[in-house]
Design a protein around this ligand. Structure first.
Ligand SMILES: [Zn+2]
Length: 403
């Protein structure tokens, strides 16, 4: 009961910003003394602190309280075909540390890739502790199907991994004093876009494109994981049964026509620098943007063709789910401005409801950090769900984090 009330206050401060104890009492239907006691307890846990003076409203001005971001951090990490990454967010949503490393997962062993990822998570945790904080949990997004109860990566066509117990492997390597969990990276990217307190971001579809295309569904502010946790595998809707073979073995999956490989194949010959995996993806996409800006016909035709396919799939999903926004993330966000006309044309043409059911096409501003931000957000959920979980780790951190 106690932790539920603490959770209520902490979430309210996250979603609605700093406010006085009196205002918290009114907002949450608590007595003034109950609100003060809860704030005092959250302050003892190092989770809230005094902000400024709040004026206006009824009664005397009161000192407002806000989330104390400084010490408690969640780590989000990502394991993808071309990169591994890790990022730490503090309780107030500030980025404390961020690391990213280009890899070629298809050319390296599972062990090598996991070792690299663990190295980045360790560096991120070191940064958190160097800044005077501590890590409360880490959530790792993986580019593949995750059996959540077993924490096993079932199938990852683009990594070419099958049945890897990623959760146990990471925990064994890290030996960390904080909880480590795994999720599908598309789900994490979706959670990162569902901004707390924003009414236009509570029913959204997030489509995340890299070599593979995945995503997540947020309905009423909550992630829709489906019966076994496999929802959001948009990339494997079969849209072109006579088309190309997908990494999953089927023919004509949506990602074969809307993924990064489809774009690069259409935009450039094999020896072209934009198809050189040794160059960073950011640089290759920047080059394609440059060519499109200069009016290069082959680049524009490629963006138009891939954009049409993105729109065709988006229309199918919009007919099924009627989101307020389709948020395009990953490589789409980097280069999507050149695809937007083709996407919107197909969306208008393909959705039964007038004006595409009010669904807007938006581009993520989180870039390639969407999945790691979502991971850090999920890691911090442990604190918002039960603020008392930090008590032990805080004591340990105050003692110097002996480890
Ligand atoms: Zn497929």
């Amino acid at each position: 009961m106690r932790s539920a009330k603490l959770s209520l206050v902490l979430r309210h401060l996250r979603d609605h910003g700093p406010r006085s104890r009196a205002r918290l009492a009114t907002d949450l239907d608590l007595t003034r003394s109950a609100a003060s006691a809860l704030v005092a307890e959250l302050s003892d846990l190092g989770l809230v602190r005094a902000a400024g003076i709040e004026r206006g409203g009824l009664g005397r001005p009161g000192t407002s309280v806000e989330l104390d971001g400084a010490t408690v951090c969640g780590i989000g990490a990502e394991l993808n075909v071309h990169h591994v990454a890790a990022l730490a967010l503090d309780l107030s949503g500030r980025v404390v540390a961020e690391h990213r490393l280009g890899i070629d997962a298809q050319q390296e062993s599972v062990e090598q890739v996991l070792d690299r990822l663990v190295g980045l998570i360790r560096r991120t945790d070191d940064d958190v502790r160097a800044a005077g904080g501590y890590t409360v949990a880490a959530t790792v997004g993986v580019a593949g199907l995750i059996d959540r109860p077993r924490e096993v990566l079932t199938v990852a066509p683009n990594l070419r991994w099958r049945d890897v117990p990623v959760g146990a492997e990471l925990r064994a390597r890290l030996g960390a004093p904080y909880a480590v969990s795994i999720e599908n990276e598309g789900n994490l990217a979706a959670i990162a876009e569902a901004l707390p307190g924003d009414p236009n971001r509570q029913d959204i579809l997030v489509i995340f494109g890299e070599v593979g295309v995945g995503g997540g569904i947020v309905a009423g502010g909550r992630l829709l994981r489906g019966h076994q946790g496999y929802a959001g595998e948009f990339g494997h809707m079969i849209v072109d049964p006579r088309g190309r073979r997908c990494g999953c073995g089927r023919v004509g999956c949506w990602e074969t026509v809307s993924g990064l490989r489809a774009l690069l194949d259409a935009a450039a010959d094999p020896e072209d620098a934009v198809r050189d995996p040794a160059l960073s993806l950011d640089d290759r996409l920047a080059e394609l943007n440059r060519r499109a800006d200069l009016g290069d016909t082959r680049t524009i035709a490629a963006l138009d063709s891939v954009g049409s396919w993105v729109g065709i799939g988006s229309a199918m999903l919009t007919n099924a789910l009627n989101p307020s926004a389709i948020v395009l993330s990953g490589y789409f966000a980097e280069i999507g401005r050149h695809m937007r006309p083709a996407i919107e044309e197909q969306l208008q043409a393909g959705v039964l409801a007038p004006h595409a059911g009010g669904t807007r096409v938006e581009f993520s501003t989180l870039g390639f950090t969407a999945a790691v931000r979502g991971g850090a957000t999920v890691a911090l959920d442990a604190v918002f769900d039960d603020p008392t979980v930090v008590a032990l780790q805080r004591a340990d951190a105050l003692l110097g984090g002996a480890r």
